[in-house]
Design a protein around this ligand. Structure first.
Ligand SMILES: NC(=O)c1ccc[n+]([C@@H]2O[C@H](COP(=O)([O-])OP(=O)(O)OC[C@H]3O[C@@H](n4cnc5c(N)ncnc54)[C@H](O)[C@@H]3O)[C@@H](O)[C@H]2O)c1
Length: 340
């Protein structure tokens, strides 16, 4: 049984607390938040769980084996490092840190102490993403030509991070999982419509050595919520609408082929294929429940999480590259990942 403490009970923390409370082989023992008002809610819902406004209490408690951090990004490094130095396994919310240097230090500290470091890129544990990952990695889609995503809504404006850290981070993680390849260059444009606040809208393009191109359009300033992705492969194509209740993922046997037969040089050399469409059955287990179970499993078996610190670090590198490109009005930023 792994005993879990959670730091941060704001918007996302309650989801972690609820899922850890239900996780087999885990025991939720303590929650810390700076706001006593939030802790009262914990006490009402989970009377057996101890609460504190001092996160240090969790670190000093020998009964706590692992700590999950769901506080603002600016606090992740300091709190995460303190958790590792206290000899406890660490769950960090996405993005794992503000800079890739901080991410690297967390990865090294966890490795040195042989502690599990899990980064909560939640989408990776959804039935939709796992099924699409299987289709792509099995080769069924063929060569991935492009990934095109729109992730917009009238979003919660963040004070400390831009829309890239908040929303594009999901596409970066999904692409990392699908392609197993790190982009080599990034170009991004974005804007803050309200002076003194982080960018609330961005268009980001990622270039890969294999020829794949990926684009994501992220915004907190859209009248409607859209979460749609198109993926084009040389054999098949996928549409993914995360807001669809059923049939979120559709696989189309559609595509084009070109002939380079010199005898047909004057003819239209493109052939179109329009075959069937099918919607795979998806696992509907809550992604966080899968993630919490995986975290506990990794601690027990000493294995590395699918979304480990290195993956978290690659994503922070992309946030840095995209942000730097955006501040340079779309100039190309070349990426050399240290998180491989
Ligand atoms: N995985 C996901 O899909 C997902 C979704 C939303 C948010 N998040 C991530 O979760 C994290 C938290 O986001 P949020 O929206 O819940 O923020 P929030 O501001 O709503 O909540 C943060 C909480 O942390 C508490 N806190 C801050 N510093 C603390 C400290 N030193 N000790 C104890 N408590 C402290 C605050 O009092 C607050 O209650 C961010 O990293 C965010 O990116 C992840």
């Amino acid at each position: 049984m792994i005993s879990i403490g959670v730091i941060g009970y704001g918007y996302w923390g309650p989801n972690l607390v609820r899922n850890f409370a239900d996780t087999h082989n885990a025991k939720l023992v303590a929650v810390a938040d700076l706001e006593p008002r939030r802790l009262e809610v914990v006490q009402r819902r989970y009377p057996a769980v101890s609460t504190t406004t001092r996160f240090q209490d969790l670190l000093a408690d020998p009964a706590v084996d692992a700590v999950a951090i769901a506080t603002p990004v600016a606090t992740h490094f300091e709190l995460g490092m303190a958790v590792l130095k206290a000899g406890k396994h660490l769950w960090l919310e996405k993005p794992m840190a503000e800079t890739s240097l901080q991410a690297r230090k967390l990865v090294d500290e966890a490795a040195e102490r042989q502690l599990t470091l899990y980064v909560d890129h939640t989408f990776i544990y959804t039935g939709a993403i796992r099924t699409m990952g299987e289709i792509i990695r099995s080769g069924d889609l063929g060569r991935v030509y492009y990934y095109d995503s729109i992730r917009v809504n009238l979003g919660l404006f963040q004070r400390d991070v831009s829309v890239i850290s908040d929303l594009a981070v999901h596409d970066f993680a999904i692409l990392d999982y699908f392609l197993g390849e790190h982009p080599t260059a990034v170009s991004a444009s974005g804007i803050n419509h309200f002076p003194g606040t982080p960018e609330n809208l961005a268009f980001i393009t990622l270039f890969y050595d294999s020829g794949t191109i990926a684009h994501t359009n992220v915004s907190w300033l859209a009248p409607v919520k859209v979460r749609q992705v198109l993926i084009g492969g040389s054999k098949k194509m996928i549409t993914y609408d995360d807001l669809e209740l059923s049939e979120k993922v559709k696989v189309y046997d559609k595509g084009v082929s070109f002939t380079d037969d010199p005898a047909k040089i004057h003819e239209m050399r493109v052939g179109y294929r329009t075959g069937d469409m099918w919607a795979p059955k998806l696992d509907t287990t809550e992604a966080l429940a899968v993630g919490c179970g995986h975290f506990v499993d990794c601690i027990e078996k000493g294995t590395s999480p699918e979304t480990d610190g290195r993956m978290g670090m690659r994503i922070v590198e992309l946030i840095e590259a995209a942000t730097s490109s955006m501040r340079g009005r779309g100039e190309t930023v070349y990426v050399q990942s240290k998180g491989q």
